[in-house]
Design a protein around this ligand. Structure first.
Ligand SMILES: [Cu+2]
Length: 66
């Protein structure tokens, strides 16, 4: 599993939005977003680049923290 830190999530709607954004990326599976920790974990089955993951999160309106 890979883990990213996400900034800007404040409620379950944010969690849903990020979960949906990541879930749309082919090759990302088992997406789980943790609001309290500000983290998303997922199985990256197709070597999706960090940049692509970051872009999806940012398009949903949130920020990936390195
Ligand atoms: Cu929210």
């Amino acid at each position: 599993m890979e883990k990213i830190r996400i900034q800007g999530m404040t409620c379950q709607h944010c969690v849903m939005a990020v979960t949906k954004a990541l879930g749309k990326i082919p090759g990302l599976e088992k997406v789980k977003v943790d609001l309290a920790k500000g983290e998303a974990t997922f199985a990256n089955t197709q070597n999706v680049s960090r940049a692509a993951v970051r872009q999806a999160v940012e398009e949903a309106g949130y920020t990936v923290a390195d």
